[in-house]
Write a protein that binds this ligand. Structure first.
Ligand code: DC
Length: 229
């Protein structure tokens, strides 16, 4: 079977990572969560006080510090998952917390940050046989990807899913705040000047508002069979 690149883009909290991970496991491909990389840069910015109290980023300071930021994603045999490392520290848990989620859109709209992340992602995908999820994978990172999927779902349903996920982890969260954060992230992702969230012309849309992961898998496996012939 031919090895391909599968690019999965779409809105926040659509289940892109869950879907991408399931596809990678089924095919024996490597899953790469590009959002984790932007989250790790955001954590670095928070820790170094490069974010103003109002949420805006001290752009020049962050850009100047970029050479000191080393990000790596590594498969953990303990958790069976890919985990993010910031300067060799495992930050997988911390990058998923609310503070990072609230600020990551502002960091990921900086062109210099994107330039570094895209170069790293392209390097990671050099061998094919990867499933990468993000916002600009099919448009910027791998415009040549053989299969591109653009995921979307009703924001109310996305907020409910996220609420369940966070409460299960014991995080004290509020449903209305989550919905607000999702809508705000959609807006920033879609309207930023550099690499805005766009469906690639050759991407196939998947609205999973009312689909289970199993149903999505059935749908995608037919496409993959076609593309890897
Ligand atoms: O997929 P996620 O929610 O973990 O992504 C976190 C943030 O990073 C999100 O607000 C958008 C940004 N992002 C991006 O701009 N480009 C990507 N390829 C992946 C994520």
């Amino acid at each position: 079977m031919k090895k391909i690149i599968i690019a999965i883009d779409g809105y926040s909290s659509c289940g892109k990572s869950t879907f991408a991970k399931a596809i990678a496991a089924k095919l024996g491909y490597t899953f790469i969560d590009s959002g984790a990389m932007y989250r790790a840069v955001t954590l670095f910015a928070i820790r170094n006080e490069f974010i103003n109290p109002g949420g805006s980023v001290k752009k020049q300071e962050l850009i100047a510090a970029l050479p000191q930021i080393h990000i790596r994603l590594a498969h953990s045999t303990q958790s069976g998952k890919s985990e993010a490392f910031l300067n060799d520290e495992n930050v997988e848990r911390e990058i998923r917390l609310g503070e990072v989620s609230d600020k990551v859109s502002r960091v990921s709209e900086i062109g210099e940050v994107r330039g570094r992340m895209v170069a790293l992602q392209q390097e990671m995908g050099g061998q094919k046989a990867i499933v990468m999820d993000g916002r600009d994978i099919g448009t910027v990172v791998f415009p040549q990807a053989e299969l591109k999927i653009f995921m979307t779902a009703d924001p109310v349903i996305r907020a409910q899913r996220r609420y369940k996920e966070l409460t299960a982890k014991g995080e004290p969260v509020n449903l209305a705040d989550i919905e607000k954060n999702i809508r705000e992230r959609d807006r920033i992702d879609e309207y930023r000047a550099v690499s805005p969230l766009r469906k690639a012309a050759d991407a196939i849309v998947l609205d999973n508002s009312h689909l289970t992961v199993e149903q999505q898998m059935q749908w995608v496996m037919d496409l993959i069979t076609e593309k890897t012939k």
